[in-house]
Ligand binder design. Sequence first.
Ligand code: ZN
Ligand code: ZN
Length: 555
Amino acid sequence: MRDIRATADGLRSAIERSGYYPGLVADAVSATLGSETVVSYVVIHDALFDPAMEVRRHMTVLVLTPSRLVYSHTDENPGEEPGERPQAETTTEALSFTSISSVAVTRVVPDPAAYVPGVTMPSEVVLTIGWNVLSHIDLEPAHCGDENCEADHGYSGTITADDLSLRVSEAADGADAVQQVLAFANALAEATARAPQPPAARPACPRGPAGSATRRTSSRRCGRWVIIDGLGWELLRDHPAAAPFLSELAVNSTPLTSGFPATTVTSLSSLGTARPPGQHGMLGYQVAIPGGNALLNGLRWDADVDPLTWQPGTTIYERAAGVGIRTYRVAASSLEKTGLSVAAMRGPEYRPADSLGALVAQAADALRASDRALVTVYHGHLDGTGHTFGCSSDAWRYQLGHVDKLAEQLAAAVPGRTALYVTADHGMVDVLPEDRVDVDMVPALREGVALLGGEPRARHVYVKPGAEDDVLATWREIIGGRAWVLPREEAVAAGWFGPVNPALADRIGDVVAAPAGPYAIVATEAEPLESSLIGMHGSLTSADQLVPLLYLPSV
Ligand SMILES: [Zn+2]
Ligand SMILES: [Zn+2]
């Protein structure tokens, strides 16, 4: 068990370790503490980009003494003129325990099934301390709901207790910081439980308009998911100069795997439903429609297939709405009503945005509309550029620069307390002409095949009755040296699709083939467009599978 006893010396050295104007912060805290004993403390130091794209650093110190909670917050303000030195502002308050109305701790545990009491540490902790000293009112003109009505309906408003909220995560702040906040929360909860009942709250006092939030704000908690189509982890890692903002966020992060096939239809469905491919059933770019003799192209869809029947499970947006979270999807207007959107991303309010600037503005606008919101922003042109020009092309690198700027602007252009996550649906590899096997030029590969589904780096091969063994043997013989070729049962047993719902299993090819290097299984006659692409994705290699999960904590 880690020693969590605290001392004034320990507090001072924690402030010094942060390296953030330690003398200033330590003096302000110790002046407020006086000669009181330190029972527990938390020192949190973070940085964010302000709307002018300046890095601003913040430091929060919480100290528990036998009788009080001492709160100190230091902000760095960039100089007004170019070249002028930044200023720092430190605020320190001491609060009696009777004025603390609540101590709330939210623990995020990533794999709850494997939770071991007393051993498993949460990956993220949010400590919210409510106190009765002040409340604030956000006022706005009331409206009757009719967009054309200009009558005066007076004002409506909300009264919110001023809270202090601290969020730390293992990924961004380290395991020690998570443990420190938990220990502090326990000590504070014990101290407040021993204190007399708090007096009634004082009358509320109006303050600035909505949107002028600072670190101490209302109960607002919002999140943004930014999905960059085709931004593979390895590609991002190889282009730090083209993407300085994202690369900085990537420094302390670890990648995710996208699942198989590593393709837009499947991965956006995994993100939209929070279920693996074998459960949501969006099993590839082209899959056989059971009972017929046709393929369903998941991006183009088919009017005869009802998306609600094809993927009847709930989406994250439907589930979020069920617990009072407003959800929004910000993406190109053409994607609003596609079969894929309805099947796997239904539920959110759609905010069409057909340019990079519109994506930022629409996301920020959606966030301003609600205190508890989940906003998903989707950008598809990096993938498209990689398909056409290759992901090692200048065009891809330049487009990555625009994506980096998009993420940077999204980080800056939001109200307070909004966490930002950046991820992708899959990576990409460039495939040379000599590394392509053309099914339409090798007749043996079409023998016994009823339908060729999937795409060049993730093939579903649906066979004619009784032909499974022959097709498997032929495909292994011709391309087995460059691809993993498995019968459906073995691919399922190997976990390629996650746990597979038996009712969905026949959407998977009788034979499944995934290139084991930068190869492709094209079909130049049946799929001239797809076969002409330079950049491709879908397989099980790290270049296809690994995607970033970048996190910028809420501020
Ligand atoms: Zn994609
Ligand atoms: Zn793609």
